[in-house]
Write a protein that binds this ligand. Sequence first.
Ligand SMILES: O=C(O)CCC(=O)C(=O)O
Ligand SMILES: [Fe+2]
Length: 254
Amino acid sequence: MTNLLNNQQIVDFIIKGYMIIKPTFKPGFHESVLSNLDALNISLDNNPGNQILEKVPQLQEVWDHPEVKGILESLLGSDFAMAAHRHCHLNFPGTRSQVWHQDGINFRHNTIRKLLGMYYPQTVTKNMGSTALVPGTHFRNAPSDRMASYGNFKGQVLAIVEAGSILIAHYDIWHAATANTSDKNRYMLKFLFDRQSDPIDPSWDYDIDTAKQEISRFNTEPALLTSDFRKEWLLRKKMWNHLIGFSESEEDDR
Ligand SMILES: O=C(O)CCC(=O)C(=O)O
Ligand SMILES: [Fe+2]
C-alpha cells in the first residue's frame, strides 16, 4: 500500500519542481546507513559509483518506503523504474561549492520523465554543503557556461534537512552542492527514477472536485518571490494535462 499524493501536492510539485519529505523509518535506520557508508572509506579516488546499492543494500528500503513510493508513483506512473545510475555524493569538509547546473538536458520540460531522489542520512546544516536549488527552474533552459558565472540566485532554497530527509526533484531543476565549511562529511545518496509510459489517467489520488480550484494556482502563484510566473502558466498546465492523460490534440481543443 503506497501513500499517493493529492491534487494540491501535485500542483505544488508542478509549480516548484521539487518536494522534501521526512518519512518515518525504524529507529536507528539512518545511523546504521551512515556507519555502513563510513565503513566504505569513500574518497575522491574510491567511490563505488553505481555499485552503492550492492555495497549498502539497506538503501533499497528508502525507495521502498510507502511514502516515497507513493510520490514516485504519483509523478511517474505506477510502472516507474529505478535507473541503473546512482551515486553517493560525499561532500568533504573544505569542498567548494559546485556551479549551478541541471542534471537533465531539457528534453521536454513540460512533462515529468525523470526524477532525482536525494536521500540525506544525516542532518545537513547550512554550512555542511547543503544542496541549493531554485524553485520553478525545471521549466527553464539553462546554458551551463553562463550559469557557472552566477553565485546566489534570488529565491534560491537550501536543503537544510534533518537526518532521513528525502528531496524529490524534477530532473531539469537548477541546483548545486554548496561549500562545506564545517568539519563534518556530508553524504547525499542520489538515485534516479524513470517514467516508463505516458499517462492515460492520473496516477495520484485525483479528486475531480478540487482539480479546477487547484490548477487555478498555476496562474496566480509564483514559484519564486519575483518569478515571471505568468510566462510559465501554460507550461504548468501542459505538465498537468500530460499527467492526467490528455493528448496534445485534446489539449488544443480546450
Ligand atoms: O551534492 C549535492 O548536493 C548535489 C550534487 C549534484 O548535484 C551533482 O553532482 O549532480
Ligand atoms: Fe546535479
